[in-house]
Design a protein around this ligand. Structure first.
Ligand code: GAP
Length: 435
């Protein structure tokens, strides 16, 4: 699978565009188009349903992106949220020192031009993005756009317990934007400077056996979820972090990796953050962050088992994983639950008012139930082609026979097979398939 094909399809069909493209773009930023925004929303809604709606032990929050900067000192990000950076002494281009292949490729380019190919010693480069708040020039306070969405959850740990009376073990879920001054954004949206995360911080008793149990539980839970979205099993695997690569807050960390066109790459992470965050916030804020077990009167700082997934990375890997070519046909075999549109409705001929009127009435009924597309442009083949590339699972065509038998042709995206369904049964037909 070549990435160029995915990037071109995303642009052509309106999934993803380069950020502020008409001004030459802004490195590491991406804009989601009409199809992309639906795909991403469906993914987030499904995640929220699975993680919050269907569970007794997880509640949600939506914390502010801008936080008191002390929170980032407490969480260790000001000191330790760094990547090793090296700079090319010839052209000043900067690289992550651990991206050996990228550095070697760059060296080769200079050597071919008979230029010096030397790099500076690695230095620590902090990834937090700074911002300035306040209305008086010169007296603005410096803060950070959140580098991970996690901190907004931990600082609300007590608020959530006090307002819900939820008991350990329990989780707090959040979806939102994060910002990182990545040294080398790349591979399309894979490594961006602005991206979205969906996370659960799951608080447990601070006991190693509990830590192990819940760590394994969340690993399986997350892998099963991606498989339930019809992702190919052979493209997913677990990889434990080595001691050297583990983040400053993590006691243990495992990634789910995806077999991307450029090689196995981090998809999402499961981390045992122990009591790192609550302990540090307690220390830096002076507020008691301990949990009190009301049955035993025991007080402790819980451990946190975190599952953290990139929304953009999940979207990208779902697009790559679902990309199919069969002869001339290109189609996205997206799970119907995440497909941007569930159904597309067409009149066979756009210049026959009786077909258009009938098709419009079917479309208007279906769109109040499911995300439904309308297409009356070009010929039927072109419409199928466009809907296949959009990943629309079913296309409904209204033809002349419809006017007599009140039935339509439903064409399946994956098999291209067609069947005749009565208009009165259509809604239920799709509802059953989407369950
Ligand atoms: N709260 C833990 C945390 O943020 P992380 O491994 O740094 O851990 C979690 O990030 C997930 O967020 C990653 O597995 C990835 O899916 C996504 N992510 C991280 N950096 C990203 C970036 N620069 N661009 C897109 N997604 C990113």
């Amino acid at each position: 699978m070549e990435m160029e094909k995915i990037v071109a399809l995303c642009k052509r069909r309106g999934f993803i565009f380069p950020g502020s493209e008409i001004y030459g773009g802004l490195g590491g930023t991406w804009d989601y188009g009409p199809l992309g925004v639906l795909l991403k929303k469906n993914l987030k809604d499904l995640w929220w349903k699975e993680m919050v709606q269907l569970r007794d032990d997880v509640v949600g929050v939506d914390a502010a992106i801008m936080m008191n900067p002390k929170a980032w000192v407490a969480s260790g990000h000001v000191e330790a949220f760094t990547d090793p950076l090296v700079e090319c002494k010839t052209c000043n281009q900067r690289f992550r020192a651990d991206k050996i292949e990228e550095i070697e490729d760059h060296k080769k380019k200079h050597i071919e031009k008979k230029e010096k190919a030397e790099f500076t010693e690695p230095q620590k480069f902090n990834l937090l993005v700074k911002a300035y708040l306040g209305v008086i020039e010169g007296k603005q306070s410096e803060l950070y756009l959140r580098g991970e969405i996690t901190n907004g959850v931990h600082v609300n740990f007590k608020n959530v317990i006090d307002s819900t009376r939820i008991k350990i073990p329990f989780g707090i879920a959040q979806i939102g934007k994060a910002f990182r001054n990545e040294i080398t954004p790349g591979n399309f949206t894979f490594r961006s400077r602005e991206f979205e995360q969906m996370e659960v911080q799951f608080y447990i008793k601070p006991v190693p056996e509990e830590g192990k149990k819940w760590f394994e539980y969340w690993k399986k839970n997350r892998m099963d979820w991606y498989l339930s979205l019809d992702m190919n099993k052979e493209n997913l695997r677990f990889r434990d972090h080595t001691d050297r690569e583990r983040a400053h807050y993590a006691k243990a960390a495992t990634d789910i990796e995806y077999n991307a066109p450029w090689g196995w790459s981090e998809f999402m992470g499961i981390h045992n953050r122990s009591d790192w965050d609550l302990r540090r916030h307690q220390e830096y804020s002076g507020k008691n962050m301990k949990y009190k077990d009301l049955m035993t009167n025991e007080e402790y700082l819980p451990w946190d088992i975190e599952t953290s997934a990139g929304v953009d990375r999940s979207t990208l890997f779902l697009l790559i994983d679902s990309y199919h070519e069969e002869g001339d046909r290109i189609f996205l075999k997206l799970h119907p639950k995440i497909a941007p549109y569930k159904v597309a409705v067409f009149p066979l001929l756009a210049n026959k008012p009786e077909l258009v009127t009938k098709a419009r009435s079917i479309y208007e009924n279906l769109r109040s139930k499911f995300m439904t597309a309308w297409d009356a442009r070009g010929n039927i083949g072109k419409r199928y082609f466009a809907q296949d590339e959009a990943g629309t699972p079913w296309c409904v065509t209204v033809d002349f026979t419809t006017l007599e038998d009140d039935a339509v042709t439903v064409r399946d995206r994956d098999t291209a097979k067609q069947e005749r369904i009565s208009v009165k049964d259509l809604e239920n037909y799709f509802r059953v398939k989407l369950e």
